[in-house]
Design a protein around this ligand. Structure first.
Ligand code: COA
Length: 159
Protein backbone atom coordinates (compact mmCIF):
# COMPACT_ATOMS: atom_id res chain seq x y z
CA UNK A 1 0.00 0.00 0.00
CA UNK A 2 1.31 3.46 -0.89
CA UNK A 3 0.96 5.56 2.28
CA UNK A 4 1.29 9.32 1.75
CA UNK A 5 3.14 10.66 4.81
CA UNK A 6 3.33 14.27 3.68
CA UNK A 7 2.29 17.04 6.01
CA UNK A 8 -1.11 18.25 4.88
CA UNK A 9 -2.64 21.68 5.53
CA UNK A 10 -6.32 22.43 5.04
CA UNK A 11 -7.18 25.45 2.89
CA UNK A 12 -10.83 26.29 2.24
CA UNK A 13 -11.85 22.61 2.30
CA UNK A 14 -8.90 21.46 0.20
CA UNK A 15 -5.62 19.75 1.14
CA UNK A 16 -2.30 21.46 0.37
CA UNK A 17 0.95 19.51 0.55
CA UNK A 18 4.51 19.77 -0.72
CA UNK A 19 5.03 18.51 -4.26
CA UNK A 20 7.48 15.61 -4.62
CA UNK A 21 8.90 13.97 -7.78
CA UNK A 22 6.16 11.32 -7.37
CA UNK A 23 3.70 14.05 -8.44
CA UNK A 24 5.60 15.01 -11.60
CA UNK A 25 3.66 12.65 -13.95
CA UNK A 26 0.29 14.13 -12.92
CA UNK A 27 1.68 17.67 -12.94
CA UNK A 28 3.23 17.24 -16.41
CA UNK A 29 -0.08 15.93 -17.79
CA UNK A 30 -1.77 19.14 -16.59
CA UNK A 31 1.11 21.30 -17.88
CA UNK A 32 0.65 19.87 -21.39
CA UNK A 33 -3.10 20.45 -21.14
CA UNK A 34 -3.23 24.06 -19.91
CA UNK A 35 -0.04 25.82 -21.10
CA UNK A 36 1.03 26.86 -24.60
CA UNK A 37 4.63 26.45 -23.42
CA UNK A 38 4.51 23.79 -20.70
CA UNK A 39 7.34 23.33 -18.22
CA UNK A 40 9.39 20.19 -18.81
CA UNK A 41 10.17 17.46 -16.29
CA UNK A 42 13.70 18.94 -16.16
CA UNK A 43 12.34 22.34 -15.11
CA UNK A 44 10.30 20.81 -12.28
CA UNK A 45 13.29 18.71 -11.27
CA UNK A 46 15.55 21.82 -11.31
CA UNK A 47 13.07 23.73 -9.11
CA UNK A 48 12.91 20.77 -6.74
CA UNK A 49 16.73 20.54 -6.56
CA UNK A 50 17.01 24.32 -6.06
CA UNK A 51 14.68 24.11 -3.06
CA UNK A 52 11.89 26.22 -4.54
CA UNK A 53 8.56 25.96 -2.72
CA UNK A 54 6.41 23.49 -4.68
CA UNK A 55 2.86 22.70 -3.67
CA UNK A 56 -0.01 20.59 -4.85
CA UNK A 57 -3.64 20.99 -3.85
CA UNK A 58 -6.08 18.10 -3.70
CA UNK A 59 -9.79 17.86 -3.18
CA UNK A 60 -11.24 14.46 -2.23
CA UNK A 61 -7.88 12.94 -3.19
CA UNK A 62 -7.85 14.45 -6.71
CA UNK A 63 -5.14 16.97 -7.69
CA UNK A 64 -6.89 20.27 -8.42
CA UNK A 65 -3.84 22.53 -8.71
CA UNK A 66 -0.16 23.10 -8.09
CA UNK A 67 2.17 26.05 -7.71
CA UNK A 68 5.90 26.82 -7.59
CA UNK A 69 7.45 29.86 -5.91
CA UNK A 70 11.02 31.09 -5.47
CA UNK A 71 12.16 33.31 -2.59
CA UNK A 72 14.63 36.07 -3.51
CA UNK A 73 15.75 38.10 -0.48
CA UNK A 74 12.46 39.51 0.87
CA UNK A 75 10.36 38.84 -2.24
CA UNK A 76 8.54 35.72 -3.35
CA UNK A 77 8.27 35.09 -7.11
CA UNK A 78 5.36 33.02 -8.35
CA UNK A 79 6.85 30.86 -11.10
CA UNK A 80 3.90 28.61 -11.89
CA UNK A 81 0.29 28.17 -10.83
CA UNK A 82 -1.96 25.80 -12.71
CA UNK A 83 -5.32 24.09 -12.34
CA UNK A 84 -6.31 21.10 -14.53
CA UNK A 85 -8.75 22.13 -17.27
CA UNK A 86 -11.66 20.13 -15.87
CA UNK A 87 -11.17 21.66 -12.40
CA UNK A 88 -10.96 25.32 -13.45
CA UNK A 89 -13.57 27.87 -12.41
CA UNK A 90 -14.31 26.25 -9.02
CA UNK A 91 -12.16 28.50 -6.83
CA UNK A 92 -9.17 26.14 -6.62
CA UNK A 93 -6.75 28.66 -8.16
CA UNK A 94 -7.92 31.34 -5.70
CA UNK A 95 -7.56 28.96 -2.74
CA UNK A 96 -4.07 27.91 -3.83
CA UNK A 97 -2.88 31.48 -4.48
CA UNK A 98 -4.29 32.59 -1.10
CA UNK A 99 -2.27 29.82 0.49
CA UNK A 100 0.92 30.94 -1.30
CA UNK A 101 0.35 34.55 -0.16
CA UNK A 102 -0.18 33.39 3.42
CA UNK A 103 3.03 31.34 3.27
CA UNK A 104 4.99 34.32 1.92
CA UNK A 105 3.59 36.53 4.68
CA UNK A 106 4.57 33.99 7.34
CA UNK A 107 8.09 33.95 5.91
CA UNK A 108 8.27 37.76 6.36
CA UNK A 109 8.34 38.46 2.62
CA UNK A 110 7.56 42.07 1.67
CA UNK A 111 5.73 41.22 -1.55
CA UNK A 112 4.81 38.52 -4.05
CA UNK A 113 5.75 39.13 -7.70
CA UNK A 114 4.69 37.44 -10.93
CA UNK A 115 4.59 37.83 -14.69
CA UNK A 116 1.53 37.14 -16.81
CA UNK A 117 0.56 37.33 -20.48
CA UNK A 118 -1.90 40.15 -21.24
CA UNK A 119 -3.92 37.56 -23.20
CA UNK A 120 -4.36 35.29 -20.16
CA UNK A 121 -7.74 36.58 -18.98
CA UNK A 122 -8.32 33.79 -16.45
CA UNK A 123 -4.97 34.39 -14.75
CA UNK A 124 -5.50 38.18 -14.77
CA UNK A 125 -8.89 37.67 -13.09
CA UNK A 126 -7.33 35.37 -10.51
CA UNK A 127 -4.51 37.82 -9.69
CA UNK A 128 -6.85 40.82 -9.47
CA UNK A 129 -9.12 38.86 -7.13
CA UNK A 130 -6.11 38.10 -4.88
CA UNK A 131 -4.98 41.74 -4.69
CA UNK A 132 -2.20 41.90 -7.31
CA UNK A 133 -1.59 45.20 -9.10
CA UNK A 134 0.32 45.89 -12.31
CA UNK A 135 3.74 47.47 -11.60
CA UNK A 136 5.31 47.30 -15.06
CA UNK A 137 5.71 45.55 -18.40
CA UNK A 138 8.48 43.50 -19.96
CA UNK A 139 8.44 44.07 -23.71
CA UNK A 140 8.28 41.00 -26.01
CA UNK A 141 8.85 38.68 -23.07
CA UNK A 142 6.84 35.65 -24.22
CA UNK A 143 6.94 33.72 -27.48
CA UNK A 144 3.57 33.25 -29.18
CA UNK A 145 2.60 31.18 -32.22
CA UNK A 146 3.01 34.24 -34.45
CA UNK A 147 5.54 36.48 -32.70
CA UNK A 148 6.14 37.86 -29.23
CA UNK A 149 3.92 39.09 -26.40
CA UNK A 150 4.66 41.47 -23.51
CA UNK A 151 4.61 40.33 -19.90
CA UNK A 152 2.62 42.25 -17.31
CA UNK A 153 4.58 42.36 -14.05
CA UNK A 154 2.27 42.30 -11.01
CA UNK A 155 2.91 42.63 -7.29
CA UNK A 156 0.93 41.89 -4.15
CA UNK A 157 2.31 43.92 -1.25
CA UNK A 158 2.34 42.14 2.13
CA UNK A 159 2.08 44.58 4.99
C1 COA B 1 -5.34 30.83 -14.01
C2 COA B 1 -5.91 29.59 -13.31
C3 COA B 1 -4.84 29.02 -12.36
C4 COA B 1 -7.16 30.00 -12.49
O1 COA B 1 -7.57 28.88 -11.73
P1 COA B 1 -9.12 28.63 -11.40
O2 COA B 1 -9.19 27.56 -10.39
O3 COA B 1 -9.87 28.42 -12.65
O4 COA B 1 -9.50 30.04 -10.77
P2 COA B 1 -10.74 30.36 -9.82
O5 COA B 1 -11.84 29.39 -10.05
O6 COA B 1 -10.22 30.49 -8.41
O7 COA B 1 -11.17 31.79 -10.37
C5 COA B 1 -10.40 32.96 -10.12
C6 COA B 1 -10.94 34.10 -10.93
O8 COA B 1 -10.65 33.85 -12.32
C7 COA B 1 -11.86 33.89 -13.07
N1 COA B 1 -11.75 32.93 -14.15
C8 COA B 1 -11.49 31.61 -14.04
N2 COA B 1 -11.46 31.05 -15.26
C9 COA B 1 -11.70 32.06 -16.14
C10 COA B 1 -11.80 32.14 -17.55
N3 COA B 1 -11.62 31.05 -18.32
N4 COA B 1 -12.05 33.34 -18.13
C11 COA B 1 -12.21 34.44 -17.38
N5 COA B 1 -12.11 34.43 -16.03
C12 COA B 1 -11.88 33.25 -15.43
C13 COA B 1 -12.94 33.54 -12.07
O9 COA B 1 -14.21 34.03 -12.48
C14 COA B 1 -12.45 34.25 -10.84
O10 COA B 1 -12.68 35.64 -10.91
P3 COA B 1 -13.83 36.32 -10.03
O11 COA B 1 -13.45 36.09 -8.62
O12 COA B 1 -13.74 37.76 -10.44
O13 COA B 1 -15.08 35.62 -10.41
C15 COA B 1 -6.35 28.51 -14.34
O14 COA B 1 -7.22 29.11 -15.26
C16 COA B 1 -5.19 27.87 -15.08
O15 COA B 1 -4.59 26.90 -14.59
N6 COA B 1 -4.87 28.39 -16.29
C17 COA B 1 -3.79 27.80 -17.10
C18 COA B 1 -2.44 28.00 -16.47
C19 COA B 1 -2.12 29.48 -16.30
O16 COA B 1 -2.40 30.30 -17.17
N7 COA B 1 -1.50 29.80 -15.14
C20 COA B 1 -1.15 31.18 -14.84
C21 COA B 1 0.09 31.64 -15.51
S1 COA B 1 1.50 30.68 -14.99
Amino acid sequence: MNVDRRKVKRQHGRDVMEMTPDDFDAVLATEAQVHAQPWTRGQFQDSFSAGHSMWIMRKAGVMVGYAVTMAVVDEVHLLNISVPADSQGHGHGSALLSYMIEQAWQEDAKRVLLEVRPSNVAALALYARCGFKEIGRRRSYYATFNGREDAIVMARELS
